[in-house]
Design a protein around this ligand. Structure first.
Ligand SMILES: Cc1ncc(COP(=O)(O)O)c(C=O)c1O
Length: 313
């Protein structure tokens, strides 16, 4: 087969469904730092970085070296079967980075959507009530619960229902459209009054800066009011740091701009510079709520991903 973009695109259209969109009409041959080259030798500056994954650039030599060393030792063993040090070292590193002196624990999965699923599982197991509140314009992945939590209809939810139960949406602050932190808090209180009482809510999940929703920061006033309100009601505050995390907003994590401490965060994307690993980092007592065996996944916290993540950090 000819290796030009057009023939590769035709081949792809015949064999891959239209539901997975490839935004740019090119096939990549290699990528390095902030640049990539297509199969025809054309050279591009990459502003996308694999959708917020390459915050340290493509093919960083220290990541490649760490993955190659790990590859020669063990590629997969399943953390549910035997332990391996890179997993626990990565957990310790993230717990220290996120915990701000408090005892946090980490659990690893493979994709961002899985991290979101597990954050909700942990929060529900801890609170023992089902309700979850998410925000309009938020994006949390493409699994059933991820797309239920996502606050955008087409194409993410369109034709895929029924969605998962006990998820409620409320407006996110939007400085560009004059919707203030106070407006957003009022909407949330209205939701409590009309849809679900706070004692039935396990978690509120939000991106500290909405990514797919239009790069909207939640803002300090809103995050501080939300932290006060969730603490008052005992609701688990989950920051989805999958896109905002790992330096993308200037701080290591998006929440660090707002002077608040979340109960649980989700991580993925730039955590491992292109290797598929995700996770949740949260207060030890909340993370320990699921029964032994309640968390896991064959590939979760794969050794190559853990080694890459340690190199990235
Ligand atoms: C904020 C946020 N949460 C969750 C996800 C889902 O991650 P994944 O595509 O790895 O499942 C994304 C992906 O874009 C995201 O930006």
């Amino acid at each position: 087969m000819t290796r030009d973009n057009q023939s590769l695109i035709e081949h792809r259209q015949h064999h891959v469904p239209r539901g997975v969109v490839t935004a740019h009409p090119l096939f990549v041959e290699k990528a390095q730092g902030a640049e990539l080259w297509d199969v025809e030798g054309r050279h591009f500056i990459d502003f996308v970085g694999g959708i917020g994954v390459q915050n340290i650039g493509h093919s960083h030599p220290r990541v490649i070296d760490a993955v190659q060393k790990q590859l020669a030792k063990v590629t997969h063993a399943a953390f549910q079967v035997v332990g391996y040090e890179v997993y626990t070292q990565l957990a310790e590193r993230l717990n220290t980075l996120v915990g701000n002196g408090a005892h946090y624990k980490s659990f690893f999965s493979t994709t961002g959507a899985e991290a979101v699923e597990n954050a909700i599982k942990v929060a529900r197991a801890w609170r023992k009530v089902p309700g979850v509140i998410a925000f309009r314009g938020g994006f949390h992945g493409r699994t059933l619960l991820g797309s239920t939590l996502t606050g955008m209809s087409a194409p993410y939810k369109q034709n895929f229902g029924p969605m998962a139960g006990e998820v409620y949406h409320t407006p996110y602050p939007d400085a560009y459209r004059n919707f203030s932190a106070a407006d957003a808090i009022r909407s949330l209180e209205d939701l409590f009054a009309t849809q679900i009482a706070p004692d039935r809510v396990a978690a509120i999940i939000l991106e500290p800066v909405q990514g797919d929703g239009g790069f909207l920061p939640a803002g300090k006033d809103f995050m501080q009011a939300l932290r006060e309100l969730t603490t008052r009601h005992g609701i688990v505050l989950i920051c989805d740091e999958i896109q905002a995390g790992f330096g993308r907003t200037g701080e290591m994590f998006g929440f660090q701009h707002f002077g608040i401490q979340p109960d649980v965060i989700t991580v993925a994307k730039s955590l491992a510079g292109g290797l598929p690993i995700s996770g949740i980092v949260g207060r030890a007592e909340i993370m320990d709520a699921p029964l032994p065996g309640g968390l896991g996944g064959t590939y979760g916290g794969n050794p190559l991903g853990c080694a890459a993540a340690l190199a990235v950090l």
